[in-house]
Each structure stands twice: as C-alpha cells, then as structure tokens.
Ligand binder design. Structure first.
Ligand SMILES: Cc1cc2nc3c(=O)[nH]c(=O)nc-3n(C[C@H](O)[C@H](O)[C@H](O)COP(=O)(O)OP(=O)(O)OC[C@H]3O[C@@H](n4cnc5c(N)ncnc54)[C@H](O)[C@@H]3O)c2cc1C
Ligand code: FES
Length: 567
C-alpha cells in the first residue's frame, strides 16, 4: 500500500484517534461521516494514471464485495487489480452498521415462499458460511477489527402479536438456523416480551476489516488503485476496463462490484430498488448495554448494536428507511431514531454522530452475484445487498472465485443475476410503477422559485425556460449549476441536504453537489445545462428515457412469460 496526497496510509493496528462530534462533516460537499470513517484514517491508494496494465482479474469497487473477491482470487494464485473511484471503503461499506447476521431481514418464511425450502436452506447456509469466513480471515490474517460473536434478538413492537415470530422460528429452523425463543431481549429497562434468539451472529469494525483485507491482497501480489473511475467495461477476450484518466486494464475476467452496477443497460435495475437508511450513535455508560444485536419487526425496522472504542461504549441505532430520493425530512428521521433509542436505552448520555446511506433491495430478497446477465462474456457482477451487504459481499467473494475459476458452487443458481423469481412478480410490478411515477417530476414545480432562495451549503432545483436545473450554492455563496436530468434514464434528481448530494428517485444514482457521479447505475456526471437546452431536447430525452424504461421492463415481463410457458 502506498501513500497518496501527503496522507499516510492507515494501518489496521493503528489506535483509533477520534472524538465524535454531532453531525460530523468534513467539507460541506461531503455530508455526514460515519463513526467508522471518523475513527479510521482514510484508506488511500494512488490512482492509476499513466500506463495500461494486464491482469488475470480486474475488480471494480473497493467495498467489501470487491475486496473479498480480490482476496479470495489472490489466495488462489490469480493476479488481481482493484480499482475504486474514491478511497477504499468510501462507498456504502464505510457507512454500514456491520451486523454480521444470518437472521435475514426478508424473513425465512418469505424466502421459502419465493425460493422454496431448498432455496431458503442455501441462503441460510451461505450467510452462515460468510460469517465463518470473515472469522477465519480475521484470525489467519490477524486483522484487528473487533470481530466478535454474539446473540441476535428479534422482537415485535409493544402491543403486537408474536405470530410472525413463531412463523419465522419454524421457517428458520427448517432452513437450518438454530433459533429459539427467549423470554425477553437483554435490555435493562425495556421489556421486549418473548422474542427470538439467533446464536452466533457477529459484528466488527468494517473499515478496520477492509484495511486488513487490503494488506492481505497486497501480500498475495494484488494491486489496488484509488481515485480511478472506470467509465466502461468492454466484454471479450480480454475484457477491457477503461478508466477516465486513460489507462486500460486488460483482464481475463472483470468483476463489477460497484454496489449498483455501472454500465447498466440490461435492466438489472428493474429488480433492484434503492433505499436510504439512517444511523445514529449514542454514548452509553460502559457495560450498561448488553453486547448483542437487536432488531424489531416493523417496516421499516430498527437495528441496534454496540461498539466499544476510545474507552467508551457507543450504541448504534439504525432504521427509518425510505425509497431513495423520495423523502426530504432528514432531521425528523434522525429525531425519531433518537426518541426510539431513548425509550429503550434510557441511560443514553448523548447523541454524538449520525449518517445515512443507501442499500439496494432486490425484489426477491437475495443478492445478484454471478455472470453478467446479458451476454457480456467474462464480466461478473455483485449487487443487491438487501441490508445484508457484509455477508452478501463475502458470499460474492466465495462464489465469484469459484465461477471465475470454473468450479461448481452450490449457491450459483440461487444468486444468479439472470434468475426470474415468479413469486416476486407483484413486488417487481410495484417497484416499477413507483419508478414510472417519478417521471411525473418533469411536470412538477421546481424546488425553489428563484436561485437566491438557496442558502450557502445547500442545493435545490430551479426552472429555467423549459429546463430543470440542479443548483448548488457553496459555502462562499457561489452557484454551481447542472442539468437536473439523471444521465441514466432521465428522471429528475432531488437534493439530499443531509448527505449533500443529488439523488435520483428512480434507480439510486447519486451525484456530488457539483454533479460528479458518486454511484451508479449512472456512470457519468450531470450534464452542463447548455447540453440540455430547450423544450425539444427535454422532450426527446423524456421520450427516450420512458422508451428505455419500458423496453427493459417489458423485456423482464416477456422473459417472465417465457419462463412461465416453459415451466
Ligand atoms: C446505514 C447502513 C447500515 C447498514 N447495515 C448493515 C448491516 O448491519 N449489516 C450488513 O450486512 N449490511 C449493512 N448495510 C449494507 C452494507 O453496508 C452494504 O450492502 C455493503 O457495504 C455494500 O458493499 P459493496 O462492496 O457492494 O459496495 P460499496 O461499499 O458501496 O463499494 C462499491 C465501491 O465501488 C466504487 N465505485 C462505484 N462506481 C465506480 C466506478 N465507476 N469506477 C470505480 N469505482 C467505482 C465506489 O467508490 C465504492 O467504493 C448497511 C448499509 C447502510 C447504508
Ligand atoms: S438512476 Fe435510473 S434514471 Fe436515474
């Protein structure tokens, strides 16, 4: 690992050095910072800026999915190159709450309905093996990331029936999970009533884990480059991975592990919906909260864990999910999390940190891991983390290793990105009706009537002639203007004032305040306003986008029909 930009690359055994501040921000354009990023020095690698290179496997994305895949392949003697558009862990892995769990939040009774008893068994097995694999890697690579095993407790909100828990207990047991009833969850002064106990769950500090993976990948001969944005992946022999800065990587295989796949023209986004989820951190007296994972059952549900660092105990509480780009009451959501936490953990001393992030929810509850769905030879994807991205990312490492090396793997069919799950049909329709509805944003009024209503450090959409413009006003008062039309399929982006980004309400593409793309499926930034001038252009784009959406969606429906016919 090499240093870049004058900052020393962090070592995983460096002591954490942080003092939490409420709503921590680095610079105005970056929004909130998670507790993990705050207490870990950034994991910085030099960018690939000059020469073309060749490798066995090129992995795009330095989150848990990409690094786990690189690690697994490196151990098999494959040469690997990892490219990330930012720093390692700067995507959702740096914003997770890092429960390592086989108590799947889509519920085993639902997975059984969607994938059958055998499918639910394989899902349970794969997530259990993922936790075991993380434990083994932590031990064998001596990664100091606070990995620990603990119980997980699932309980219903006050006054709710427990039928759902019994249904889940039976289904989880059929899937091979040793779950059992407990009289109550170990919360000192809040009686959850009878709940389910899932043994041998796990937790860790995700940035320290990534750090350890980077060291191990490099020890095995792998190369990692940061600040290297990939603009295109051309399938074939070899696969060509093209970067913005010019260098091309020639590889026997490429893995797109960018959370939401980039270069998405094959419609996976129709079955993979983006949701924003929120987390807060509270200081609690040492030893006052049991070391366990806690989840409740409403939709959206709450998730809770403890993290000890700097001689303090930090309670991390998450929840308040909503479809990305379709809500703007961020403060309210953080406040609701705080009051939920206070009621259950009255010994909270202070709230010290908050952030939000995005999870991709596949319509049938399981990630998409495997060969690229539409004829792109030697290209593989990992996406659809479903709030279980730590284990799904590790499963990606195990499964993609086997697929790339031509070995059989019992989970391949379950996670196949080409699968069509007939029983998830209603959810597929609902998610896509929701996406279609977002196209009406073209007809809605702007966020503000005039540009001077935007306060420094904030953004809003305005209307200029027939155009919608995304305007960011920086801390010094200067305006930065971009077209508000998402370059993926033409929905209108909205301002996320807590994370300081432009978020697309359709498939989760995100852009920084100046319009630079942060994550896909869009793979380029917001256009300059002059590139979208006039009603004609706007109408053409709208037409093109609607047509593209419909073609992809109809394609999905058609293949559903074919499968039904073929069954
Ligand atoms: C608040 C919150 C709580 C969560 N809690 C849990 C939990 O308790 N347990 C759990 O299992 N999961 C949880 N998740 C989900 C989990 O964090 C994610 O699913 C997981 O981190 C995704 O990992 P990834 O490697 O797929 O993606 P990422 O970590 O997002 O990595 C993708 C990388 O790709 C890079 N990239 C993108 N586009 C390009 C490009 N064009 N060129 C080069 N690089 C590119 C990005 O910079 C990024 O670093 C949570 C998520 C959030 C937001
Ligand atoms: S992410 Fe698909 S239209 Fe924006």
């Amino acid at each position: 690992m090499s240093a870049h930009g004058g900052k020393a690359a962090a070592r995983c055994d460096d002591p954490p050095s942080f003092a939490l501040r409420k709503n921590m921000k680095n610079e105005p354009s970056h929004g909130n910072i998670s507790i993990w990023i705050e207490e870990t020095k950034e994991i910085i690698f030099e960018s690939l800026s000059s020469a073309d290179i060749s490798t066995d496997v090129c992995i795009i994305g330095g989150g848990i999915a990409g690094l786990s895949t690189a690690y697994m392949l490196g151990r098999e003697g494959q040469s690997v190159v990892v490219l990330d558009a930012g720093n390692i862990g700067s995507g959702e892995t740096g914003r997770t709450t890092a429960h390592l769990s086989n108590a799947l939040d889509d519920r085993y009774y639902e997975l059984e309905r969607l994938h059958g008893v055998q499918g639910a068994r394989l899902a349970a097995e794969s997530h259990s093996v993922a936790i075991d694999t993380i434990e083994t890697i932590v031990q064998s690579e001596r990664i100091q990331c606070g990995f620990e095993r603990l119980n997980g407790y699932l309980f219903v909100p006050p006054g709710c029936e427990r039928d759902e828990l019994e249904e889940e207990r039976q289904a989880a047991q059929r899937a091979g999970i040793p779950v059992e009833w407990a009289a109550r969850a170990p919360m000192e002064s809040f009686d959850t009533g009878a709940c389910l106990r899932f043994p041998r769950q796990g937790q860790f500090q995700p940035m320290h884990y990534l750090h350890g993976l980077c060291h191990a990948i490099e020890r095995n001969g792998g190369r990692i480059f940061g600040n290297t944005h990939v603009k295109d992946v051309e399938s074939g022999v070899p696969v060509l991975v093209k970067t913005d800065a010019g260098p091309v990587i020639r590889a026997r295989a490429a893995v797109i592990a960018t959370n939401a796949p980039i270069s998405e023209t094959y419609g996976l986004y129709t079955a993979n919906a983006p949701y924003r989820t929120y987390a807060i951190v509270a200081r609690v007296p040492h030893g006052s909260v049991a070391r366990a994972l806690f989840w409740d059952t409403p939709d959206p549900y709450h998730y809770v864990r403890l993290h000890s660092s700097n001689a303090a105990d930090w309670l991390i509480v998450g929840g308040e999910d909503h479809k990305s780009g379709q809500a703007d009451n961020y403060d309210e959501r953080f406040e609701r999390l705080e009051s939920w936490a206070r009621e259950r953990f009255p010994r909270i001393q202070s709230f010290d940190c908050q952030w939000s992030g995005q999870v991709m929810e596949p319509v049938d509850g399981l990630a998409f891991i495997g060969a690229h769905p539409v004829g792109r030879h030697n290209v593989y994807v990992a996406s659809g983390d479903s709030g279980h991205g730590m284990t799904h990312g590790t499963i990606a490492g195990l499964l993609l290793r086997d697929l790339i090396l031509g070995r059989g793997n019992p989970w391949a069919q379950l996670y196949d990105p080409q699968r069509i799950t007939l029983r998830a049909f209603t959810d597929l329709i609902q998610e896509n009706i929701n996406v279609g509805a977002q196209l009406t944003d073209w007809l809605k009024g702007p966020g503000v009537a005039s540009i001077d209503q935007i306060v420094p450090g904030e953004g809003a959409t305005i209307k200029k002639n027939w155009q919608k413009i995304a305007v960011y006003r920086d801390a010094q008062g200067a305006y930065h203007q971009r077209s508000a039309v998402c370059p993926h399929l033409g929905c209108i982006v909205s301002w996320n004032s807590t994370e300081k980004s432009w978020d697309c309400p359709c498939h989760g593409s995100r852009f920084n305040p100046y319009g630079k793309v942060i994550n896909g499926p869009a793979n380029r930034g917001l256009d300059r306003p002059e590139d979208h001038q006039g009603l004609l252009n706007a109408a053409a784009l709208l037409l093109e986008s609607s047509a593209s959406l419909s073609v992809n969606f109809l394609g999905k429906l058609l293949s559903l029909g074919l499968r039904v016919g073929g069954n």
